[in-house]
Design a protein around this ligand. Structure first.
Ligand SMILES: Cc1ncc(COP(=O)(O)O)c(C=O)c1O
Length: 479
Protein backbone atom coordinates (compact mmCIF):
# COMPACT_ATOMS: atom_id res chain seq x y z
CA UNK A 1 0.00 0.00 0.00
CA UNK A 2 1.38 3.43 -0.90
CA UNK A 3 2.18 5.96 1.80
CA UNK A 4 -0.66 8.26 0.82
CA UNK A 5 -3.17 5.36 0.83
CA UNK A 6 -2.03 4.36 4.29
CA UNK A 7 -2.39 7.95 5.48
CA UNK A 8 -5.96 8.06 4.15
CA UNK A 9 -6.84 4.78 5.90
CA UNK A 10 -5.30 5.90 9.19
CA UNK A 11 -7.42 9.02 9.04
CA UNK A 12 -10.53 7.12 10.14
CA UNK A 13 -8.79 5.92 13.28
CA UNK A 14 -7.29 9.31 14.07
CA UNK A 15 -10.59 11.02 13.47
CA UNK A 16 -12.43 8.82 15.93
CA UNK A 17 -9.71 9.28 18.48
CA UNK A 18 -9.32 13.07 18.25
CA UNK A 19 -11.86 14.96 16.17
CA UNK A 20 -15.07 16.42 17.59
CA UNK A 21 -17.54 16.89 14.75
CA UNK A 22 -20.09 19.72 14.48
CA UNK A 23 -23.77 19.01 15.13
CA UNK A 24 -22.91 15.35 15.77
CA UNK A 25 -23.69 13.03 18.66
CA UNK A 26 -20.16 11.78 19.16
CA UNK A 27 -21.29 8.74 21.15
CA UNK A 28 -22.88 7.44 17.94
CA UNK A 29 -20.08 8.70 15.71
CA UNK A 30 -17.31 6.72 17.37
CA UNK A 31 -19.29 3.48 17.03
CA UNK A 32 -19.14 3.55 13.23
CA UNK A 33 -16.31 3.81 10.75
CA UNK A 34 -16.49 7.31 9.26
CA UNK A 35 -16.45 8.00 5.55
CA UNK A 36 -13.11 9.70 4.92
CA UNK A 37 -13.30 11.90 1.85
CA UNK A 38 -10.02 11.85 -0.01
CA UNK A 39 -10.86 13.37 -3.39
CA UNK A 40 -13.46 15.35 -5.27
CA UNK A 41 -14.18 15.87 -8.94
CA UNK A 42 -17.21 17.77 -10.22
CA UNK A 43 -20.26 16.55 -8.32
CA UNK A 44 -18.46 13.38 -7.18
CA UNK A 45 -16.57 12.65 -3.99
CA UNK A 46 -14.32 9.66 -3.36
CA UNK A 47 -13.51 8.14 0.00
CA UNK A 48 -10.17 6.73 1.11
CA UNK A 49 -11.28 3.24 0.05
CA UNK A 50 -11.94 4.55 -3.48
CA UNK A 51 -15.76 4.44 -3.20
CA UNK A 52 -17.62 7.04 -5.24
CA UNK A 53 -20.42 9.28 -3.93
CA UNK A 54 -22.63 11.96 -5.39
CA UNK A 55 -22.40 15.14 -3.32
CA UNK A 56 -26.12 15.85 -2.91
CA UNK A 57 -25.90 18.72 -0.45
CA UNK A 58 -23.10 20.66 -2.12
CA UNK A 59 -20.81 19.97 0.86
CA UNK A 60 -23.11 21.60 3.41
CA UNK A 61 -24.50 24.14 0.91
CA UNK A 62 -21.18 25.64 -0.08
CA UNK A 63 -20.09 24.24 -3.43
CA UNK A 64 -21.40 25.92 -6.57
CA UNK A 65 -19.61 24.72 -9.69
CA UNK A 66 -18.12 21.39 -8.64
CA UNK A 67 -15.08 20.09 -6.80
CA UNK A 68 -11.62 20.61 -8.29
CA UNK A 69 -12.95 23.05 -10.88
CA UNK A 70 -10.01 23.96 -13.14
CA UNK A 71 -10.88 27.69 -13.23
CA UNK A 72 -11.04 28.06 -9.45
CA UNK A 73 -8.07 25.76 -8.90
CA UNK A 74 -6.00 27.86 -11.30
CA UNK A 75 -7.04 31.12 -9.65
CA UNK A 76 -6.02 29.81 -6.24
CA UNK A 77 -2.72 28.46 -7.57
CA UNK A 78 -1.91 31.79 -9.24
CA UNK A 79 -2.68 33.66 -6.05
CA UNK A 80 -0.65 31.17 -4.04
CA UNK A 81 2.34 32.01 -6.20
CA UNK A 82 1.90 35.69 -5.34
CA UNK A 83 0.82 35.78 -1.67
CA UNK A 84 -1.73 33.80 0.38
CA UNK A 85 -2.73 36.17 3.12
CA UNK A 86 -1.98 39.64 4.36
CA UNK A 87 -3.74 41.68 7.00
CA UNK A 88 -6.66 43.92 6.13
CA UNK A 89 -5.87 45.99 9.20
CA UNK A 90 -3.98 48.84 7.61
CA UNK A 91 -3.40 47.19 4.22
CA UNK A 92 -5.37 46.72 1.01
CA UNK A 93 -4.94 43.84 -1.39
CA UNK A 94 -5.56 43.26 -5.09
CA UNK A 95 -8.10 40.40 -5.23
CA UNK A 96 -10.20 41.64 -2.28
CA UNK A 97 -10.48 45.13 -3.82
CA UNK A 98 -11.59 43.74 -7.17
CA UNK A 99 -13.95 41.31 -5.47
CA UNK A 100 -15.58 44.20 -3.59
CA UNK A 101 -16.32 45.97 -6.88
CA UNK A 102 -17.69 42.75 -8.41
CA UNK A 103 -19.93 42.04 -5.41
CA UNK A 104 -21.29 45.57 -5.34
CA UNK A 105 -22.16 45.24 -9.01
CA UNK A 106 -23.70 41.77 -8.57
CA UNK A 107 -25.89 42.82 -5.66
CA UNK A 108 -27.43 45.94 -7.24
CA UNK A 109 -31.14 45.51 -7.75
CA UNK A 110 -31.81 46.24 -11.39
CA UNK A 111 -35.49 45.40 -11.35
CA UNK A 112 -37.85 48.40 -11.18
CA UNK A 113 -39.80 48.42 -7.93
CA UNK A 114 -42.76 50.40 -6.67
CA UNK A 115 -40.88 51.93 -3.77
CA UNK A 116 -37.30 53.23 -3.74
CA UNK A 117 -34.81 50.64 -2.48
CA UNK A 118 -31.54 51.38 -0.69
CA UNK A 119 -28.31 50.76 -2.58
CA UNK A 120 -25.58 48.52 -1.25
CA UNK A 121 -22.33 50.42 -1.51
CA UNK A 122 -19.87 49.08 1.07
CA UNK A 123 -18.47 45.69 1.99
CA UNK A 124 -17.12 44.39 5.25
CA UNK A 125 -15.31 41.06 4.87
CA UNK A 126 -15.26 38.27 7.43
CA UNK A 127 -14.82 34.51 7.58
CA UNK A 128 -18.10 32.59 7.50
CA UNK A 129 -21.86 32.91 7.68
CA UNK A 130 -21.95 33.44 11.42
CA UNK A 131 -19.42 36.26 11.36
CA UNK A 132 -21.16 37.88 8.38
CA UNK A 133 -24.32 38.01 10.49
CA UNK A 134 -22.43 39.24 13.57
CA UNK A 135 -21.15 42.11 11.45
CA UNK A 136 -24.65 42.92 10.19
CA UNK A 137 -26.14 42.98 13.65
CA UNK A 138 -23.34 45.04 15.15
CA UNK A 139 -23.45 47.52 12.28
CA UNK A 140 -27.20 47.92 12.67
CA UNK A 141 -26.85 48.27 16.43
CA UNK A 142 -24.32 51.07 16.21
CA UNK A 143 -25.95 52.76 13.23
CA UNK A 144 -29.27 52.85 15.07
CA UNK A 145 -27.74 54.27 18.24
CA UNK A 146 -25.98 56.97 16.25
CA UNK A 147 -28.65 57.90 13.76
CA UNK A 148 -31.67 57.71 16.09
CA UNK A 149 -30.40 57.58 19.66
CA UNK A 150 -33.90 58.05 21.04
CA UNK A 151 -34.90 54.55 19.81
CA UNK A 152 -32.96 51.59 21.19
CA UNK A 153 -31.97 48.91 18.64
CA UNK A 154 -34.39 45.98 18.69
CA UNK A 155 -34.50 42.98 16.39
CA UNK A 156 -37.38 40.86 15.14
CA UNK A 157 -36.80 37.56 13.35
CA UNK A 158 -38.62 34.43 12.27
CA UNK A 159 -39.61 31.34 14.18
CA UNK A 160 -37.14 28.49 13.60
CA UNK A 161 -34.67 30.84 11.94
CA UNK A 162 -30.96 30.08 12.00
CA UNK A 163 -28.24 32.65 11.38
CA UNK A 164 -25.15 30.94 12.74
CA UNK A 165 -23.57 29.69 15.95
CA UNK A 166 -21.64 32.61 17.40
CA UNK A 167 -23.54 34.21 20.28
CA UNK A 168 -24.87 37.23 18.38
CA UNK A 169 -25.89 35.22 15.33
CA UNK A 170 -27.43 32.62 17.63
CA UNK A 171 -29.42 35.34 19.37
CA UNK A 172 -31.00 36.31 16.06
CA UNK A 173 -32.13 32.71 15.52
CA UNK A 174 -34.97 30.72 17.04
CA UNK A 175 -34.16 27.07 16.54
CA UNK A 176 -35.53 25.23 19.58
CA UNK A 177 -33.11 22.35 19.11
CA UNK A 178 -29.94 24.34 18.49
CA UNK A 179 -30.48 27.38 20.67
CA UNK A 180 -32.35 26.26 23.77
CA UNK A 181 -29.24 25.25 25.70
CA UNK A 182 -27.73 28.71 25.25
CA UNK A 183 -30.85 30.66 26.15
CA UNK A 184 -29.28 32.51 29.05
CA UNK A 185 -26.33 33.86 27.05
CA UNK A 186 -28.32 34.98 24.01
CA UNK A 187 -29.56 38.57 23.89
CA UNK A 188 -33.27 39.07 23.50
CA UNK A 189 -34.68 38.96 19.98
CA UNK A 190 -38.42 38.56 19.48
CA UNK A 191 -39.80 36.05 17.03
CA UNK A 192 -42.74 35.99 14.73
CA UNK A 193 -44.41 33.21 12.76
CA UNK A 194 -42.58 32.04 9.64
CA UNK A 195 -44.43 31.22 6.43
CA UNK A 196 -44.15 27.44 6.76
CA UNK A 197 -47.05 26.62 4.46
CA UNK A 198 -46.97 22.85 4.93
CA UNK A 199 -47.60 23.30 8.64
CA UNK A 200 -49.57 26.53 8.49
CA UNK A 201 -52.08 26.71 11.36
CA UNK A 202 -54.45 28.85 9.26
CA UNK A 203 -54.88 26.83 6.10
CA UNK A 204 -53.19 24.35 3.85
CA UNK A 205 -52.94 26.12 0.54
CA UNK A 206 -49.84 27.94 -0.51
CA UNK A 207 -50.86 31.48 -1.48
CA UNK A 208 -48.96 31.20 -4.75
CA UNK A 209 -50.59 27.91 -5.80
CA UNK A 210 -54.18 27.00 -6.35
CA UNK A 211 -54.85 23.56 -5.07
CA UNK A 212 -58.23 22.37 -6.37
CA UNK A 213 -58.83 20.25 -3.29
CA UNK A 214 -58.32 23.15 -0.92
CA UNK A 215 -60.93 25.79 -1.12
CA UNK A 216 -59.69 28.24 1.46
CA UNK A 217 -57.22 30.70 0.03
CA UNK A 218 -54.37 32.12 2.02
CA UNK A 219 -55.08 35.48 3.58
CA UNK A 220 -51.41 36.16 4.37
CA UNK A 221 -52.08 35.66 8.05
CA UNK A 222 -48.33 35.28 8.66
CA UNK A 223 -47.65 38.76 7.26
CA UNK A 224 -50.58 40.01 9.36
CA UNK A 225 -48.84 38.65 12.46
CA UNK A 226 -45.68 40.59 11.61
CA UNK A 227 -47.78 43.73 11.26
CA UNK A 228 -49.38 43.00 14.62
CA UNK A 229 -45.97 42.55 16.30
CA UNK A 230 -44.72 45.81 14.80
CA UNK A 231 -47.85 47.65 15.96
CA UNK A 232 -47.73 46.25 19.48
CA UNK A 233 -44.06 47.11 19.90
CA UNK A 234 -44.77 50.63 18.75
CA UNK A 235 -47.69 51.00 21.17
CA UNK A 236 -45.43 49.96 24.03
CA UNK A 237 -42.99 52.60 22.87
CA UNK A 238 -40.36 49.99 22.18
CA UNK A 239 -40.42 49.72 18.37
CA UNK A 240 -38.34 47.21 16.47
CA UNK A 241 -35.53 48.67 14.43
CA UNK A 242 -34.42 45.69 12.31
CA UNK A 243 -36.09 42.69 10.75
CA UNK A 244 -33.90 39.69 10.00
CA UNK A 245 -34.77 37.05 7.44
CA UNK A 246 -33.37 34.41 5.12
CA UNK A 247 -34.92 35.39 1.79
CA UNK A 248 -36.93 32.81 -0.19
CA UNK A 249 -35.76 29.72 1.75
CA UNK A 250 -35.22 29.23 5.47
CA UNK A 251 -32.41 26.70 5.36
CA UNK A 252 -31.72 25.13 8.73
CA UNK A 253 -35.39 25.46 9.68
CA UNK A 254 -35.95 22.61 7.21
CA UNK A 255 -35.62 24.17 3.76
CA UNK A 256 -38.85 26.08 4.24
CA UNK A 257 -39.65 27.68 0.92
CA UNK A 258 -41.49 30.94 1.46
CA UNK A 259 -44.52 31.52 -0.73
CA UNK A 260 -44.08 33.87 -3.65
CA UNK A 261 -44.85 37.42 -2.55
CA UNK A 262 -44.04 36.95 1.14
CA UNK A 263 -40.66 38.69 0.96
CA UNK A 264 -41.89 41.68 -1.04
CA UNK A 265 -44.88 42.16 1.25
CA UNK A 266 -42.82 41.76 4.40
CA UNK A 267 -40.04 44.05 3.19
CA UNK A 268 -42.56 46.78 2.32
CA UNK A 269 -44.26 46.34 5.68
CA UNK A 270 -41.15 46.50 7.84
CA UNK A 271 -39.74 49.42 5.86
CA UNK A 272 -43.04 51.21 6.27
CA UNK A 273 -42.54 50.90 10.03
CA UNK A 274 -39.04 52.36 9.74
CA UNK A 275 -37.09 49.11 10.26
CA UNK A 276 -33.92 48.15 8.46
CA UNK A 277 -33.94 44.84 6.63
CA UNK A 278 -31.13 42.36 7.28
CA UNK A 279 -31.04 39.64 4.62
CA UNK A 280 -29.13 36.52 5.46
CA UNK A 281 -28.17 35.09 2.07
CA UNK A 282 -25.45 32.88 3.48
CA UNK A 283 -27.21 29.88 1.93
CA UNK A 284 -29.40 31.42 -0.78
CA UNK A 285 -26.79 33.65 -2.40
CA UNK A 286 -25.10 32.97 -5.75
CA UNK A 287 -27.92 31.41 -7.71
CA UNK A 288 -29.20 28.71 -5.38
CA UNK A 289 -32.78 29.86 -5.63
CA UNK A 290 -32.55 31.33 -9.14
CA UNK A 291 -31.04 34.81 -9.48
CA UNK A 292 -27.57 35.50 -8.07
CA UNK A 293 -29.17 37.32 -5.15
CA UNK A 294 -32.36 35.71 -3.84
CA UNK A 295 -33.86 39.02 -2.62
CA UNK A 296 -33.91 40.29 -6.20
CA UNK A 297 -36.45 37.60 -7.06
CA UNK A 298 -39.01 39.81 -5.31
CA UNK A 299 -37.55 43.20 -6.14
CA UNK A 300 -36.09 43.69 -2.67
CA UNK A 301 -32.77 45.31 -1.80
CA UNK A 302 -31.93 44.91 1.90
CA UNK A 303 -30.03 47.36 4.09
CA UNK A 304 -27.64 44.57 5.05
CA UNK A 305 -26.80 41.53 2.95
CA UNK A 306 -24.78 38.65 4.41
CA UNK A 307 -22.97 36.36 1.97
CA UNK A 308 -20.72 33.37 2.72
CA UNK A 309 -20.79 29.63 1.84
CA UNK A 310 -20.86 29.89 -1.98
CA UNK A 311 -18.88 33.14 -2.09
CA UNK A 312 -15.64 31.31 -2.92
CA UNK A 313 -17.49 28.64 -4.91
CA UNK A 314 -17.36 26.64 -1.68
CA UNK A 315 -13.56 26.36 -1.68
CA UNK A 316 -12.38 28.53 1.17
CA UNK A 317 -13.96 30.13 4.23
CA UNK A 318 -14.80 33.74 3.46
CA UNK A 319 -17.80 36.02 3.98
CA UNK A 320 -19.00 39.51 3.23
CA UNK A 321 -21.56 41.85 4.74
CA UNK A 322 -22.78 44.53 2.36
CA UNK A 323 -24.48 47.71 3.47
CA UNK A 324 -25.51 51.19 2.46
CA UNK A 325 -23.69 54.52 2.34
CA UNK A 326 -25.90 55.78 5.18
CA UNK A 327 -24.76 53.00 7.52
CA UNK A 328 -21.12 53.52 6.50
CA UNK A 329 -21.36 57.27 7.06
CA UNK A 330 -22.60 56.86 10.60
CA UNK A 331 -19.19 55.44 11.49
CA UNK A 332 -17.27 58.44 10.12
CA UNK A 333 -15.80 61.20 12.24
CA UNK A 334 -12.58 62.57 13.73
CA UNK A 335 -10.42 59.80 15.19
CA UNK A 336 -10.84 61.03 18.74
CA UNK A 337 -14.62 60.59 18.54
CA UNK A 338 -13.99 56.83 18.30
CA UNK A 339 -16.78 56.19 15.84
CA UNK A 340 -14.62 53.53 14.15
CA UNK A 341 -16.23 50.12 13.67
CA UNK A 342 -14.18 48.21 16.23
CA UNK A 343 -14.52 44.78 14.69
CA UNK A 344 -12.30 42.55 12.56
CA UNK A 345 -10.78 39.11 12.12
CA UNK A 346 -7.25 37.92 11.43
CA UNK A 347 -8.23 36.52 8.04
CA UNK A 348 -10.48 39.38 6.92
CA UNK A 349 -10.19 39.90 3.12
CA UNK A 350 -8.04 36.79 2.71
CA UNK A 351 -6.22 36.89 -0.62
CA UNK A 352 -6.65 33.22 -1.56
CA UNK A 353 -10.36 33.35 -0.73
CA UNK A 354 -10.80 36.54 -2.73
CA UNK A 355 -9.06 35.01 -5.76
CA UNK A 356 -11.30 31.93 -5.53
CA UNK A 357 -14.38 34.16 -5.20
CA UNK A 358 -13.45 36.21 -8.28
CA UNK A 359 -13.06 33.01 -10.32
CA UNK A 360 -16.34 31.64 -8.98
CA UNK A 361 -18.20 34.85 -9.88
CA UNK A 362 -16.76 34.73 -13.36
CA UNK A 363 -18.14 31.19 -13.77
CA UNK A 364 -21.49 32.14 -12.25
CA UNK A 365 -21.96 35.03 -14.68
CA UNK A 366 -21.30 33.09 -17.88
CA UNK A 367 -24.54 33.13 -19.90
CA UNK A 368 -24.17 29.40 -20.65
CA UNK A 369 -23.92 28.68 -16.92
CA UNK A 370 -27.10 30.63 -16.22
CA UNK A 371 -28.94 28.75 -18.96
CA UNK A 372 -27.63 25.46 -17.60
CA UNK A 373 -28.87 26.25 -14.08
CA UNK A 374 -32.33 26.91 -15.54
CA UNK A 375 -32.26 23.50 -17.27
CA UNK A 376 -31.04 21.83 -14.09
CA UNK A 377 -33.93 23.41 -12.16
CA UNK A 378 -36.44 21.97 -14.58
CA UNK A 379 -34.86 18.47 -14.45
CA UNK A 380 -34.77 18.75 -10.67
CA UNK A 381 -38.43 19.64 -10.55
CA UNK A 382 -39.36 16.68 -12.75
CA UNK A 383 -37.26 14.26 -10.71
CA UNK A 384 -38.74 15.48 -7.42
CA UNK A 385 -42.29 14.89 -8.62
CA UNK A 386 -41.60 11.14 -8.47
CA UNK A 387 -41.29 11.34 -4.68
CA UNK A 388 -44.91 12.26 -4.04
CA UNK A 389 -45.98 8.63 -4.49
CA UNK A 390 -44.25 7.59 -1.24
CA UNK A 391 -46.47 7.61 1.87
CA UNK A 392 -43.43 8.39 4.04
CA UNK A 393 -43.03 11.76 2.31
CA UNK A 394 -45.38 14.55 3.34
CA UNK A 395 -43.93 17.51 1.51
CA UNK A 396 -41.50 18.11 -1.32
CA UNK A 397 -40.58 21.80 -1.54
CA UNK A 398 -38.17 23.40 -3.95
CA UNK A 399 -36.85 26.84 -4.81
CA UNK A 400 -34.40 26.83 -7.70
CA UNK A 401 -31.72 24.30 -6.83
CA UNK A 402 -32.66 23.81 -3.19
CA UNK A 403 -35.14 21.22 -2.02
CA UNK A 404 -36.46 19.90 1.27
CA UNK A 405 -38.16 16.51 1.41
CA UNK A 406 -40.15 16.19 4.64
CA UNK A 407 -40.58 12.70 6.04
CA UNK A 408 -43.80 12.05 7.97
CA UNK A 409 -45.33 9.26 9.96
CA UNK A 410 -48.74 9.90 8.46
CA UNK A 411 -49.11 11.89 5.27
CA UNK A 412 -52.84 12.40 5.81
CA UNK A 413 -52.50 14.05 9.21
CA UNK A 414 -48.94 15.33 8.64
CA UNK A 415 -47.91 13.69 11.89
CA UNK A 416 -44.13 14.08 12.14
CA UNK A 417 -41.68 11.42 13.21
CA UNK A 418 -40.50 12.09 16.76
CA UNK A 419 -36.92 13.37 16.47
CA UNK A 420 -35.79 10.57 18.77
CA UNK A 421 -36.62 8.08 16.00
CA UNK A 422 -33.92 9.68 13.83
CA UNK A 423 -35.88 9.11 10.62
CA UNK A 424 -33.82 11.65 8.69
CA UNK A 425 -30.51 10.38 10.03
CA UNK A 426 -31.39 6.77 9.20
CA UNK A 427 -32.47 7.66 5.67
CA UNK A 428 -29.26 9.60 5.03
CA UNK A 429 -27.16 6.74 6.39
CA UNK A 430 -28.87 4.37 3.96
CA UNK A 431 -28.46 6.90 1.18
CA UNK A 432 -24.71 7.03 1.84
CA UNK A 433 -24.59 3.23 1.50
CA UNK A 434 -26.15 3.77 -1.91
CA UNK A 435 -23.50 6.29 -2.91
CA UNK A 436 -25.29 9.60 -2.23
CA UNK A 437 -24.20 12.02 0.49
CA UNK A 438 -26.42 14.54 2.22
CA UNK A 439 -27.45 15.47 5.75
CA UNK A 440 -30.92 15.77 7.20
CA UNK A 441 -32.36 18.61 9.21
CA UNK A 442 -34.52 16.64 11.61
CA UNK A 443 -37.09 14.92 9.41
CA UNK A 444 -36.20 16.93 6.33
CA UNK A 445 -33.79 15.54 3.74
CA UNK A 446 -31.89 18.32 2.01
CA UNK A 447 -31.08 18.10 -1.67
CA UNK A 448 -28.90 20.81 -3.12
CA UNK A 449 -27.51 19.99 -6.56
CA UNK A 450 -24.10 21.30 -7.49
CA UNK A 451 -24.45 23.31 -10.70
CA UNK A 452 -22.39 20.87 -12.81
CA UNK A 453 -24.61 17.88 -12.02
CA UNK A 454 -25.81 15.97 -15.09
CA UNK A 455 -29.42 14.91 -15.56
CA UNK A 456 -28.62 11.20 -15.00
CA UNK A 457 -26.74 12.10 -11.79
CA UNK A 458 -29.70 14.17 -10.61
CA UNK A 459 -32.10 11.31 -11.32
CA UNK A 460 -29.79 8.93 -9.47
CA UNK A 461 -29.84 11.15 -6.37
CA UNK A 462 -33.63 11.36 -6.30
CA UNK A 463 -34.12 7.69 -7.23
CA UNK A 464 -31.76 6.51 -4.49
CA UNK A 465 -33.48 8.77 -1.99
CA UNK A 466 -36.79 7.05 -2.81
CA UNK A 467 -35.15 3.62 -2.38
CA UNK A 468 -33.57 4.65 0.92
CA UNK A 469 -36.87 6.01 2.27
CA UNK A 470 -38.71 2.84 1.30
CA UNK A 471 -36.03 0.60 2.80
CA UNK A 472 -35.60 2.43 6.08
CA UNK A 473 -39.13 3.61 6.80
CA UNK A 474 -41.16 0.78 5.34
CA UNK A 475 -42.66 -0.32 8.64
CA UNK A 476 -42.64 3.10 10.34
CA UNK A 477 -45.48 4.80 8.52
CA UNK A 478 -49.21 4.72 8.83
CA UNK A 479 -50.45 4.02 5.27
C1 LIG B 1 -28.82 31.12 6.51
C2 LIG B 1 -27.56 30.83 7.26
N1 LIG B 1 -26.98 31.82 7.95
C3 LIG B 1 -25.83 31.62 8.63
C4 LIG B 1 -25.24 30.38 8.65
C5 LIG B 1 -23.96 30.18 9.40
O1 LIG B 1 -22.93 30.01 8.48
P1 LIG B 1 -21.52 29.36 8.91
O2 LIG B 1 -21.81 27.92 9.20
O3 LIG B 1 -20.65 29.55 7.71
O4 LIG B 1 -21.06 30.10 10.10
C6 LIG B 1 -25.82 29.33 7.95
C7 LIG B 1 -25.22 28.01 7.98
O5 LIG B 1 -25.80 27.02 7.57
C8 LIG B 1 -27.02 29.56 7.24
O6 LIG B 1 -27.62 28.60 6.56
Amino acid sequence: MSGSKRRSRNAAQLDRRYVWHPFTQMQDWVREKPIVIAKGQGALLYDSEGREYLDANASIWTNLHGHAHPVIDRAIRNQLAAVSHTSALGLANVPASHLAAELISLTQLRKKTASPQPRLKKIFYSDDGSTAMEVALKLHFEHQRRSRPEIAPRFLSLENSYHGDTVGAMSLGHSPLFHQAFKSIRFRVDRVMAPYCYRCPYNRARPDRTDARLTRRCQWECVGLIEKSLGQARKKNRPYTAFVTEPIVQGAAGMIVHPEGWLARTAALVRGHGLQLIADEVMTGFGRTGPPIACHQEGVQPDFLALAKGLTGGYLPMAATLTTQAVFDSFLGPYEDFRTFFHGHSFTANQLGSAAALASLELLRRPAATARRRRLESWFDQALQTLWRLPQIGDVRRAGLVAGVELVKNWRTREPFPLSEQAGIRVCRELARRGVLTRPIGNVIVLMPIYCLTRPQLNTIVGRLAEAVETVLESDVRQ
